[in-house]
Design a protein around this ligand. Structure first.
Ligand code: SF4
Length: 354
């Protein structure tokens, strides 16, 4: 493999796609789209990050699909299969799978560049797939005469369908009972779900399409030393990337809200631990006042963090004194606030506080 030759060939393929092949199928030639695709390819070939802001109508989806196809057709050293595409909306995932890739495959095959269509799979979280073991159990439990016929038919359809999203009339109750569990605890290791995972690991799909949640979950698995969700890959395309911080915040963020502290104080009072409630009220009073300020008046986060010193001393005392005798709700509220306060007052260097 000559890396420089492949680099040039991949760029030429992009020009050919946008200047000849797609216009021959009625698509307008757009210089910004071609430029964008070349930039993306440069980043893919160089193992770098390209942060691209494409205006409406430029055709960013074809730009990255063409760049990724060219990068895989003419590899320059890094792992190119599979290419992960993460988007925020299901509509875009479906469009990539059923509209964009088939058309691109079609023009590339007609031109002799590809012999087979570009293969892609949509990857989802476990709760979207059927667990064979749980489905069998559920089907044994239901009384056909008592069950809504449409819901029963939907449940039976799952014998043939692994992904539950396309099955109409499936009740939320059934769905919850038959989805793949977080931890597989059966002896069977040759179920449809496990076979699907093996297929995804075998490298037969050039593209694996997911949402941002699954992408972040994969990063968490890596950081915690768990089995990765995706096979080893070298290229990630994050479409609708403006939604990624929100997802990361939901999945990785820790929040300490004034309401949680107030609820804990109320709970302590309700359970008649008045001294603990008073101690907490006194130590969190200045913080609650600060949090009640409007955003315009609010000071930098450091001002709030300083006010956590007093609660960081009080909360462990409350935990030691009454933690074991609190109700499950009170104990849960206390632990949540205590964990958040510990985190916010610890000298973490890999956290962003805001
Ligand atoms: S391995 Fe997991 S998904 Fe497969 S049947 Fe067992 S529990 Fe269900």
């Amino acid at each position: 493999m000559n890396t420089n030759d492949n680099r040039l060939k991949a760029h030429k393929l992009i020009d050919h796609i946008f200047q000849d092949l797609l216009p021959a199928h009625g698509m307008t030639q757009r210089p910004e789209q071609i430029q964008l695709s070349h930039r993306m390819l440069d980043a893919m070939q160089g193992g770098r990050i390209a942060l691209c802001d494409a205006g409406t109508g430029i055709g960013k989806t074809y730009a990255y699909l063409a760049a990724a196809t060219a990068a895989s057709a003419f590899p320059t050293g890094q792992i190119v299969r599979p290419i992960i595409i993460s988007t925020s909306s299901i509509a875009l995932q479906n469009a990539v799978l059923t509209e964009y890739l088939p058309l691109l495959s079609c023009v590339l095959m007609a031109d002799g560049i590809l012999t087979k269509p570009l293969k892609a799979v949509i990857r989802k979280g476990k709760s979207h797939y059927v667990c064979d073991e749980r489905l069998d159990r559920r089907l044994r439990q239901v009384y056909p005469a008592k069950k809504n016929p449409e819901a029963l038919a939907a449940l039976r359809t799952l014998k043939e369908t692994l992904d539950m999203d396309g099955v109409s009339h499936l009740s939320g109750y059934d769905r919850e009972r038959v989805c793949v569990p977080q931890v597989c605890d059966c002896k069977q290791r040759d179920c449809r779900y496990q076979r699907f995972l093996k297929t995804c690991d075998k490298g037969q799909f050039l593209f694996q399409i997911c949402n941002h949640n699954l992408l972040v979950a994969d990063a968490i698995h890596h950081s915690e030393g768990k089995r990765p969700i995706f096979p080893e890959h070298g290229i990630i395309i994050v479409d609708e990337a403006h939604k990624l911080p929100e997802t990361a915040q939901q999945m990785l963020g820790v929040t300490l809200a004034a309401e949680e502290i107030r609820n804990l104080i109320l709970q302590l009072k309700e359970e008649r631990y008045l001294l603990a409630a008073e101690m907490l009220e006194d130590s969190t009073g200045p913080l609650l006042c600060k949090l009640a300020q409007s955003r315009e008046e609010a000071e930098p986060v450091e001002a709030c963090l300083r006010l956590l010193t007093a609660p960081s001393r009080t909360l462990p005392i409350i935990q030691r004194q009454i933690g074991s005798v609190l109700s499950p709700l009170g104990s849960c509220q206390l632990n949540t606030v205590l964990d958040a306060v510990k985190l916010f007052t610890s000298p973490q260097t890999d956290m962003i506080f805001y």
